[in-house]
Design a protein around this ligand. Structure first.
Ligand SMILES: C[S@@+](CC[C@H](N)C(=O)[O-])C[C@H]1O[C@@H](n2cnc3c(N)ncnc32)[C@H](O)[C@@H]1O
Length: 227
């Protein structure tokens, strides 16, 4: 299932995690936070906001309806956000309202050929790599590296089957039957900290930490492009 064709059609309705910064979370965010064992407000502050200067240039993979994108835009009043998705996210994110500070790319592959080289201070995704198999993630990490400025950071949530074992598959909303199925038939393919560490290094990134420890079910990796 997590082939590029599956990813293209699966999320065409526009995936929404609610307003990640609102004091009162909506139904979707309540449900997602319960399943993943996380506070999205805390994830945003500790994994994203701490790295953003007001004029930062940010690249986001897979914004969907833009829950994280809107929070990022609020934190970079003099900066710029470019988003890359298999869906035409302009319909949800309305870039015309951001005076050139938001650029939405509709893509067909993991090449990142539409975004400039050596341009971004920060590369972010949430709810994206957990649906991509290892080959796709390796491609994404390799092709996105030259887009980030030397010294720039990347932070990505991803699925972690070792954490799922400890946290509980049912509690995490991931069918336990996936353990008997190959990655091309499931929407939460195999991954863990050791694998992410290894593929990120092979792609040329320096791994700061394989997991920030902010989500009980999943991991969040922090990477740096070496200066
Ligand atoms: C589950 S949604 C998450 C949306 C949003 N990040 C959130 O957390 O609310 C995943 C999004 O990532 C996009 N996506 C997944 N893999 C992708 C890839 N390899 N390249 C571009 N977009 C991708 C999907 O089209 C979808 O819009």
């Amino acid at each position: 299932m997590p082939t590029i064709d599956w990813l293209k059609q699966e999320f065409d309705y526009g995936y929404d995690s609610g307003d990640v910064l609102s004091l009162t979370p909506n139904e979707t965010r309540i449900e997602e936070e319960k399943l993943s064992g996380a506070s999205y407000g805390e994830v945003f502050l500790k994994a994203v906001a701490v790295h953003l200067k007001p004029d930062a240039k940010v690249l986001e993979l897979g914004p969907g309806k833009g829950s994280w994108s809107r929070a990022i835009l609020r934190h970079i009043p003099e900066g710029e956000l470019q988003v890359v998705d298999f869906q035409d996210v302009k319909q949800w994110l309305q870039p015309q309202n951001y005076q050139g500070r938001l650029i939405c790319h509709l893509v067909q592959d993991n090449s990142f050929s539409m975004v400039p080289d050596n341009y971004f201070d920060f590369f972010w995704s949430f709810g994206v790599l957990c649906h991509n198999n290892i080959d796709n993630i390796a491609q994404i990490l390799k092709n996105a590296l030259p887009k980030v400025k030397p010294g720039g950071l990347a932070v990505h949530q991803y699925g972690d089957w070792n954490k799922l074992d400890d946290y509980g598959w049912e509690k995490g909303g991931v069918p336990v039957t996936f353990q008997q199925q190959p990655d091309d038939q499931i929407w939460w393919p195999r991954n863990n900290r050791a694998t992410m560490n290894s593929i990120a290094q092979k792609a040329g990134w320096s791994v700061i930490t394989a997991d920030l420890g902010l989500v009980k079910r999943d991991s969040i990796i922090v990477l740096r492009r070496l200066p």
